[in-house]
Design a protein around this ligand. Structure first.
Ligand code: NOJ
Length: 762
């Protein structure tokens, strides 16, 4: 063995040892029961080399969700114990048939585990994850994922490839839609909420699914937003921005992780010893298993770190990928590699242990089958109601000049214009599992019903196609607008082609000729609201200039229409806030709130002032665009208004030693007042900034948020506490410490407004 290989093996064995020690201290309750451990060891003892390797192979049955590969004659392979898992089996009869082969015809009767991308609902499609994050409501996300688990498990799916906890700061990247946006603090809260929902109180519950935090790691930082692209980043950024949501998921007890497609500083994530073993196992004590992404072990070849599949298998496996999704690399090569002594038996046993542990924890050995009669095929009314609630709460009101929204009850004629007004399929969004466009109530359908009930006239004109180039429909659209009291423009993206995996865009405007349609319609001069359906921030500057109101509706799911109608007519108030920054133009991308100040900030050093742009030369700015975004992180209006008084801290200075010892905390309060005409809810956000520290810190970092409800004229003093957890900075020796410096604290409605109070850390 080469020296490098020996070093790798030593590291691996070391991590195995450390894992058993560290895990006892984490909250992964399902992973550490002595009874499961005994069963795993007893089974492991009986397994042949081939049966062990069998557990590490996963194949797609039926529909592919990656470049076509697959395996034929899977029934015989199951009998021989060569397959541990399938993905993409959604028919419960098929899952039972395959499981019967495993349980009755294979020597050791080890159950298969069936996985699927249950990302935002199974039969009942909820808003896409980016929309769910805009609720800033982790309990809601937990409820939604619990419902998804209940529906999916009824078809035999006990493992979901969700949550995607990749931080994403580039709206070109199509998969920004699958995550919780740009911020690690919020992303971590959402990661926990998903895990709690999917895995429930107990993994053993027949309605619980193993969750899978993906894509480990830094996939969202793909250069230029192009899917699967290269990532090169500092360890600090990795640890402070991209790793935290994964760490949170692990801390919450997530059963599995998925290794990502991208490389990180030249080493593919699916062969990355540092992230997969040193951090995940060694530092975090993760005891579940890691699955590759689709074919990502085989892709070590095009990445250029393996010249054949055997080397890819060895590298992926030694780095810490336990299960091979669809590369067929472990199946074909692992036995040979182990026999040749290139991979230690102990490492194989450890990978098998991790997979068996999850299978035991799920109760699959005792309850391998699903009751086909109970499969959820039609949408349960309660789940539909939950889908409407989630959609309502995910909409973000970005603009509302002259209180155009909510629409007045007495409105007589409404024009509904645009290619998204009646596109059921696009409401489902990317990865809608067993979602069915037939279940969708579109905005047009909902408004038709309401028009009948309330006695107003609804004129509909499609205007153009989503990616249309013809203006043949413009005249009808303009005529509809001319006859109406108010215009609703339903514009946006083609959800399946432009959002999700392999759907990166080089332009982030309204697609096709929708902007031209918007301008034609706006020329009628009627109060016009844009209802935007998108899976990413779009560059809305030209659109915003022509309409009175904008509501970001994302891909809202099956209850798109009813949810929108309730918000548009004011039965529900806009509740969502942005979890991603909306740029003014593509040239600002990537753009996010927690930037460093640079040595030449356009706004000077006074970070307590809200940022304004300057035209000074020799500053970090564009000559042809502002630095500030169109709509900042955290932003969202509602049907009333709130005023924030300057925040107050309970101390002017605080001891760093005391903070580091966990003995001191700072209390920050601010008075928030409802100054508008209606009762409303406000999402009060806490941001901090640090200066004078050993490394430059972001101008602002989100560290807390709280929702309050106030009657008109009512005010409330909102309090946050700040301590070690909020202030500690990653040190190169991998510890975290609070450093002396100046702390600025904002309690504000978004990342770009408010005034700060400063406190000295001494
Ligand atoms: C590839 C995607 O990157 C991943 O998110 C998904 O879970 C797998 N395909 C399986 O469909």
């Amino acid at each position: 063995m080469s020296k490098i290989r020996i070093a790798l093996v030593v590291l691996l064995l070391w991590s195995i040892l450390l894992t058993s020690f560290v895990s006892a201290q984490t909250r992964q309750s399902w992973t550490n029961t002595p009874e499961i451990e005994r069963k795993v060891e007893a089974l492991l003892k009986q397994m042949t080399l081939e049966e062990k390797i069998g557990q590490l192979n996963q194949y797609s049955y039926g529909m592919p969700t990656g470049p076509g590969t697959g395996r034929s004659k899977v029934e015989e392979a199951i009998q021989r114990g060569e397959i541990g898992s399938f993905l993409n089996v959604t028919d419960p009869a098929l899952s039972n048939r395959l499981q019967h082969i495993a349980m009755e015809q294979s020597r050791l009767k080890i159950p298969l585990i069936f996985g699927l991308d249950v990302i935002h609902g199974y039969r009942t499609t909820f808003p896409v994850p980016l929309a769910l994050s805009a609720t800033w409501d982790p309990p809601l996300v937990q409820r939604v994922s619990r419902i998804a688990a209940e529906e999916a498990t009824s078809s035999g799916i006990r493992w979901t490839f969700s949550p995607m906890v990749d931080i994403a700061r580039d709206p070109r990247w199509g998969r920004i839609v699958e995550g919780a946006g740009e911020d690690p603090y919020l992303g971590s809260m959402m990661a926990r909420a998903y895990v709690r929902g999917y895995q429930g109180e107990n993994l053993n519950d027949a309605h619980s699914m193993a969750a899978c935090a993906k894509h480990y790691v830094a996939y969202g930082a793909a250069e230029a937003g192009r899917d699967y692209n290269t990532v090169d980043m500092s360890e600090r950024q990795l640890r402070e921005v991209y790793l935290p949501p994964f760490h949170a998921a692990v801390d919450e007890g997530v059963a599995t992780l998925m290794a990502s497609f991208n490389s990180i500083n030249g080493v593919p994530a699916s062969a990355n010893q540092f992230t997969l073993t040193q951090v995940l196992r060694g530092e975090w004590g993760f005891r579940g298993f890691v699955v590759s992404d689709w074919g990502s072990v085989g892709e070590l070849i095009p990445h250029g770190v393996a010249n054949d599949l055997a080397t890819a298998a060895r590298k992926g496996f030694l780095a810490g990928v336990d299960m091979d999704m669809e590369s067929n690399a472990y199946f074909q090569h692992l036995a040979g590699i182990i026999k040749a002594g290139q991979v230690p038996q102990a490492a194989l046993d450890q990978a098998v242990r991790r997979i068996l542990r999850v299978k035991f924890a799920l109760g699959l050995f005792d309850q391998p089958y699903v009751d086909e009669k109970n499969a959820v095929t039609t949408l349960p009314a309660a789940n539909v109601a939950a889908a409407r609630d989630a959609a309502e709460k995910s909409f973000v009101l970005l603009k509302n000049d002259a209180a155009m929204l909510p629409l007045q009850k007495g409105v007589r004629t409404v024009a509904l214009i645009g290619p998204l007004a009646d596109s059921a399929h696009d409401m489902l969004g990317a990865w809608s599992a067993r979602g069915d466009a037939k279940d969708v109530v579109t905005l047009k359908a909902a408004l038709e019903k309401r028009a009948e009930r309330d006695g107003f006239r609804l004129i509909y004109a499609k205007g153009t196609e989503i990616r249309g180039t013809s203006d043949a429909g413009f005249a009808d659209a303009a005529a509809a607008a001319a006859q109406a009291d108010v215009v609703l423009l339903a514009l946006g993206e083609d959800a399946s082609w432009m959002t999700g995996e392999a759907a990166s865009r080089a332009f982030i405007d309204l697609p096709g000729n929708q902007q031209q349609l918007l301008e034609r319609v706006a020329a009628a001069g009627k109060p016009t609201a844009l209802v935007l359906f998108s899976g990413r921030p779009l560059a809305l500057t030209p659109a915003a200039a022509r309409v009175n109101a904008i509501i970001e509706a994302w891909s809202p799911g099956v209850q798109a229409g009813p949810a929108l109608e309730r918000v548009l007519f004011g039965e529900a108030a806009p509740y969502g806030r942005l979890t991603v920054t909306f740029p003014r133009s593509l040239g600002q991308v990537p753009i996010y709130h927690s930037v460093l100040n640079t040595g030449r900030p356009p706004v000077g050093l006074d970070l307590t002032r809200p940022p304004t742009d300057s035209n000074e030369k020799f500053k970090s700015r564009y000559v042809d665009e502002q630095n500030v975004p169109l709509y900042p992180f955290g932003f969202g209006l509602t049907y009333t208004a709130f005023d924030y008084a300057a925040p107050q801290a309970d101390a002017k200075e605080i001891s760093v030693d005391q903070l580091n010892a966990g003995r001191a905390k700072l209390s920050i309060t601010a008075e928030v007042k409802n100054t508008g005409p209606r009762r409303g809810e406000e999402l009060v956000q806490l941001y901090i900034g640090l200066r004078g520290t050993s490394v430059a810190r972001p101008v602002r970092q989100l560290k807390g948020f709280r929702r309050i409800a106030l009657a008109p004229g009512e005010s409330q003093r909102v309090e946050f506490t700040i301590g070690r957890e909020e202030l500690a900075i990653w040190q190169r020796d991998t510890t975290y410490a609070v450093e002396p410096g100046e702390l600025s604290i904002w309690i504000a409605p978004n990342a770009q407004s408010g005034t700060a109070v400063t406190v000295q850390l001494r």
